[in-house]
Write a protein that binds this ligand. Structure first.
Ligand SMILES: NC(=O)c1ccc[n+]([C@@H]2O[C@H](COP(=O)([O-])OP(=O)(O)OC[C@H]3O[C@@H](n4cnc5c(N)ncnc54)[C@H](O)[C@@H]3O)[C@@H](O)[C@H]2O)c1
Ligand SMILES: N[C@H](CO)Cc1c[nH]c[nH+]1
Ligand SMILES: [Zn+2]
Length: 431
């Protein structure tokens, strides 16, 4: 059973603080192992990749090579059920059109003094995409990472995916092909991250690495950060539902369990202004758990990290939601759009009774890679902007330099940087 809290109880603040502080990371001391793996890949390149693949994924890739061939990709795609392919295509198209709208535009202008200033946006040339978990990988996550990269104009998009026991996941390859991934390698873990960051004999390095993975992958991404860019380190999934009394408890229960079934340490929270709804949803979750294939995972997540909170009014409810800063926020209220302005901290908002979070996981068009563990207070979900970078541009003529240069000379000398000062002064025949 999830914990039950009432915002009007005298002990609520302490209980809520405990809920916020819940640490849901699986703490493994993996950093030392990862450091050694990275060193090995740097020193031995492909040979190290073959050895680690034999050790962790239990097969010898030497006969096939590290790269998954076009023929293998075609064969995998041919195995995909046409109806599933159509669903993937719909998802890819909707993700593409939404992310195309996020592309920033170059901006050039002349200021009041005639100095030309601008911002130029360029795609990152080469990006690596880590796809976790072999057969258990999510094809939808391949689309959510790869489609925005290609929309942004990434020229070389390199995917790495472990294929435990040498078994490929056809849907993952189909999603990669649909999204336009350029190269795919059958490697995983910290060794794959090291190969992407440093390069090996057969894999050229990339400039940024994105995509989720287990603790070894996350530790490796942290270690190579700086040499390459990385995306956020994704934590366990979360959903927070704000629900009024006009809801079917079964709908809310299934929305809560849709996050809980991801992971035993996922978190699902219901906030409602109606005690009867709170009771009914708790009962509905119990019933639902008897029918779900992943009931063991969902049940554990609900028991250990789930919460049902009753609030006296929506001002209190919204304030709690903003403090929790969930990855996903569902507004299951009759007048949901009216509350949108009050949402300050959430990775993604799902508005109204007919927008379950699960539609956003697949075909809504917005991205399902979102900030977790309260990081929505300061960060955003994956977007096209993660695959571009901005270069500023400045152009002065002699007249402009005459107007603004002397101040630069003054400031440079204040900082004790005489070469800086003269670099401007010489052009103006100043001392
Ligand atoms: N959003 C998504 O697309 C998605 C999908 C599925 C899983 N996930 C998440 O990704 C993770 C999947 O984990 P996974 O382990 O199945 O796949 P993974 O690809 O993240 O990791 C597999 C690799 O981990 C390495 N590894 C395993 N044990 C090791 C050890 N003892 N020492 C060194 N390296 C070791 C191996 O190289 C192996 O190839 C989970 O955390 C899950 O929550 C995310
Ligand atoms: N809800 C997950 C992110 O928290 C993403 C996902 C993939 N497939 C299904 N769901
Ligand atoms: Zn999901």
């Amino acid at each position: 059973m999830a914990i039950r809290l009432d915002a009007t109880d005298s002990n609520f603040n302490a209980a809520f603080a405990d809920l916020l502080a819940m640490k849901r990371e699986v703490s493994d001391d993996v950093d030392a192992i990862v450091r050694d793996i990275i060193d090995e890949v740097r020193a031995r390149g492909d040979d190290a990749l073959y050895d680690y693949t034999a050790k962790f994924d239990r097969f010898d890739a030497r006969s096939k090579g590290l790269r998954i061939s076009e023929a293998e990709i075609e064969a995998a795609v041919a195995k995909v059920d046409p109806e599933v392919m159509k669903a993937l295509e719909l998802a890819a198209e909707r993700i593409r059109s939404h992310h195309a709208r996020q592309l920033p535009k170059d901006d050039f202008y002349e200021d009041a003094l005639g100095v030309k200033l601008g911002s130029r946006w360029n795609a990152i040339e080469a990006v690596g995409l880590y796809v976790p978990g072999g057969l258990a990988a999510y094809p939808s996550s391949v689309l959510m990472n790869a489609v925005p990269a290609k929309v942004a104009g990434v020229e070389r998009l390199v995917m790495v995916v472990p294929t435990p026991d040498d078994v490929l996941n056809p849907l993952v390859l189909a999603a990669a092909k649909l999204a336009g991934v350029d190269e795919i390698y059958r490697i995983g873990g910290a060794q794959a991250v090291a190969a992407l960051a440093y390069g090996t004999q057969s894999i050229a390095p990339v400039y940024k690495i994105v995509g989720p993975g287990n603790a070894f992958v996350a530790a490796a991404k942290r270690r190579v950060f700086g040499l390459v860019g990385i995306d956020m380190i994704a934590g366990p999934s979360e959903v927070l539902i704000l629900a009024d009394k006009n809801n079917d408890p079964d709908w809310l229960a299934v929305d809560l369990m849709a996050q809980a079934e991801h992971d035993k340490v996922a978190q699902a929270i219901l906030i409602t202004d109606d005690a009867a709804t709170a009771d009914a949803v708790e009962e509905a979750v119990k019933r639902l758990l008897t029918t779900l294939p992943k009931a063991e995972i969902a049940g554990a997540s609900w028991a250990d990290y789930g919460a049902v909170i009753t609030v006296p009014d929506w001002e209190t409810g919204m304030a709690l939601a903003n403090r929790i800063a969930p990855e996903h926020l569902e507004l299951a209220m009759d007048n949901a759009p009216d509350y949108l302005d009050k949402v300050r901290n959430a990775g993604a908002v799902f508005v109204g009774h007919y927008t379950p979070e699960a539609v956003g996981d697949y075909v809504g068009g917005s991205n399902h890679v979102l900030p977790t563990a309260r990081s929505a207070r300061f960060s955003s979900g994956l977007s096209t902007l993660d695959f571009v970078k901005r270069t500023s541009v400045l152009e002065c003529n002699v007249e402009n330099l005459r107007q603004i240069g002397p101040a630069a000379v003054t400031l440079a000398r204040q900082e004790g940087l005489e070469a800086h000062a003269r670099s401007v002064a010489k052009r103006l025949n100043m001392e």
